[in-house]
Write a protein that binds this ligand. Structure first.
Ligand code: ADP
Ligand code: MG
Length: 616
């Protein structure tokens, strides 16, 4: 009778080892994902070692660790009269140790694939780390986990060298299939060896095929069906947005009266390698815009407010509640701050549908209230009919509206938008922007709107802060900032295109050095004047060379957009073949057709009211 015991021993040992590595591997990967301490590389190398070391070496090390003469071995022998070596448990231990690296590494890879802003948004929606792990991380990485588990099982099943060293070859007790193969082949019984090889291969292949089949079938069905709907949908959704632009905000929402005491006070410092943030400002119920070039510290400021990054020093107070105070050692965790955060990339939970995404932050409410609340924001953001869709089945504009509904549903004390419209194309952006403006005008709390686009900030916000290099370089109403920027950086950010370094001559005149012009100005000349600026669309052409601030100019080249022509002009002299220019001037096409008929020089006027005087 053919002895089948190696099969049962192998399956049992590999099964138990897979269960053990499943939990230990996931725990190790979860820990490693956020570990920022010393020796990360070394710890990772130790975790991976059983995979790269020869199994006999692993077996030998286990012998040293668990053998009769090791402290552990002696303890077990004395306390329980038990010896691990050559026991069935030894096969489980070796199988677990060699399978662990595959479980750990594959799981870590799966965790790292998940968009980190999904975790951040989960925190702002009030989820604890434990809930994030169960409800976001595991579901989003389940495919990786399945792959990791299969690999671990296959590895555990095939382990030979380490098993032989630690568990030996005791038929019916520790003799696994790989060991049986080895000894059968060594004793010349090739038939038995072949049978075991075939059985081992079949089991491994069977498991892999079944699981692949299962996970593929799970993956395809849902999205494909709905894609057809997605294609039909956008047109009527968009027309609904258009229609609804004139509508009033739903009654329940609009009825809430504005609360004048809403206020956010921020005064913080954060030093990072190569960057330091130092900001101090107040925001009230009017939407405050944070405008700044990429890398100026906008997102960092918002993350500090949301508690996703801890400042080194300072204070954050929201509606009288201290969220952060370095002196008093107060640091309210993000899930208790009541902040609605809308990210540029939406950061929707991909495994949850629209309804569930919006529900994520209000799970603590009674079910009826949850449903009412979700319904309210589905209506407000015009998402009716999309409740069952998954994020992958929505357009960008729809996704961003879901993200907004999800943030609003927690009825936050503050709403934060981090370049929330930037990922949308121009058409959708306009639509979502209109909706956003309506929502914000009815919103009761503080709101911060971050963008690098002046136009967007101008339409959405009332007041602006201008950030540069981690500092607030200017603050004021949007009109002030646009019409009278004080600094060169702000003028650049607000799309001023003509600059010349400048010197004060007297109270009413400055010398524009590169332009080689004496300019009359009206505005008060600052002490540290370093540049003059002039906006490209504010020039005039005249026939009268005697007019103030009027200079002869020659055309160097032009460039054309749909409605306008940009003229590149050289002042005072014909540039000849030299292509350098002094001024960039934008005119409408009809003006260009008229100008083009006249020979150069043309005469250009800089309005004294519109010359911008800038500090560095
Ligand atoms: P933005 O204004 O484009 O939103 P950010 O606030 O994201 O800019 O970043 C501001 C600066 O901080 C950048 O120079 C960025 O490289 C740096 N920075 C962001 N996160 C970190 C970090 N974790 N460690 C070090 N530097 C960082
Ligand atoms: Mg940013």
């Amino acid at each position: 009778m053919f002895d089948l015991s190696p099969l049962w021993i192998s399956l049992r040992a590999a099964g138990v080892a897979t269960i053990v590595t499943f939990f230990v591997g996931i725990a190790a990967a979860r820990w490693m994902l956020t570990y920022r301490g010393k020796g990360k590389g070394i710890i990772d190398a130790i975790f991976i070692a059983p995979l790269v070391l020869p199994p006999t070496v692993v077996g030998f090390l286990l012998l040293l660790l668990l053998g009769r003469n090791s402290p552990i071995g002696q303890l077990l022998a004395q306390a329980f009269d038990y010896n691990i070596i050559f026991s069935w448990e030894a096969t489980v231990i070796t199988a677990s140790v060699v399978a662990f690296p595959l479980m750990y590494r594959t799981t870590l890879g799966a965790f790292e694939q998940i968009d980190a802003s999904v975790y951040l948004v989960a925190r702002t929606l009030g989820a604890s780390e434990w809930r994030i792990f169960w409800q976001v991380m595991l579901p989003l990485s389940y495919k990786g986990l399945v792959a990791a588990t299969i690999l671990s099982f296959a590895r555990a099943l095939g382990e030979f060298g380490a098993t032989l060293m630690l568990a030996g070859n005791i038929p019916g007790q520790t003799q696994t299939m790989p060991v049986a193969i080895f000894f059968a082949a060594e004793s010349g019984d090739m038939t038995t060896a072949l049978i075991w090889v075939l059985i081992l291969m079949s089991i491994s292949m069977f498991v892999i095929i079944v699981v692949n089949f299962w996970s593929q079938s799970k993956q395809v069905t849902a999205p494909v069906k709905a894609d057809k709907k997605t294609q039909k949908r956008p047109s009527n959704i968009d027309s609904r947005i258009l229609e609804s632009e004139n509508h009033l905000i739903p009654q329940a929402y609009a009825a809430e009266s504005h609360n004048p005491s809403q206020e956010l006070m921020v005064d913080i410092e954060k030093n990072l390698a190569g960057f330091s943030l130092e900001v101090n400002f107040k925001a009230t119920q009017e939407t405050l815009g944070l405008l700044g070039a990429s890398g100026s510290g906008k997102s960092m400021t918002l993350k500090c407010i949301a508690g996703l990054v801890t400042p080194d020093q300072g204070k954050i107070v929201l509606n009288g509640r201290t969220l952060f105070d370095s002196e008093r050692k107060i640091n309210v965790p993000p899930n208790e701050r009541q902040i609605g955060f809308v990210f540029q990339n939406y950061a929707l939970f991909p495994h949850l549908n629209v309804f569930e995404n919006i529900a994520f932050g209000i799970k603590d409410l009674p079910i009826i209230q949850q449903q009412q609340r979700i319904q309210k924001y589905i209506q407000l953001l015009e998402l009716e009919g999309l409740e069952k869709r998954f994020p992958s089945q929505l357009s960008g504009g729809q996704q961003q509206r879901v993200a907004l509904a999800r943030a609003l549903a927690i009825e936050p004390e503050i709403l934060i938008f981090d370049e929330a419209l930037s990922a949308l194309d121009t058409y959708l952006r306009g639509r979502v922007e209109q909706l956003l403006i309506r929502v914000l005008s009815a919103y009761d709390g503080v709101s911060l709107f971050v963008t690098h686009k002046l136009e967007e900030a101008y339409r959405v916000c009332k007041d602006l802060l201008v950030l540069d290099g981690g500092q607030i370089i200017e603050a004021g109403s949007k009109q002030e900032i646009f019409e009278r920027p004080r600094t060169f950086k702000t003028a650049q950010l607000t799309e001023c295109k003509n600059f010349s370094s400048a010197q004060r001559l007297d109270d009413q005149t400055v010398k524009a050095i590169e332009w080689n012009c004496i300019l009359q100005v009206v505005e008060f000349i600052p002490d540290h004047l370093s540049y003059v600026g002039y906006r490209a669309h504010q020039f005039n052409f005249t026939q009268d060379p005697e007019q103030a601030n009027t200079f002869p100019c020659w055309l160097v080249t032009i460039s054309e957009t749909q409605h306008r022509i940009t003229l590149y002009l050289k002042l005072h002299e014909d540039p000849g073949t030299n292509k350098t220019y002094d001024l960039l001037v934008e005119v409408f096409k009809d003006k260009w057709f008229e100008l083009k008929k006249q020979p150069c020089p043309w005469y250009i006027t800089l309005n004294p009211w519109k010359v911008i005087l800038l500090e560095n």
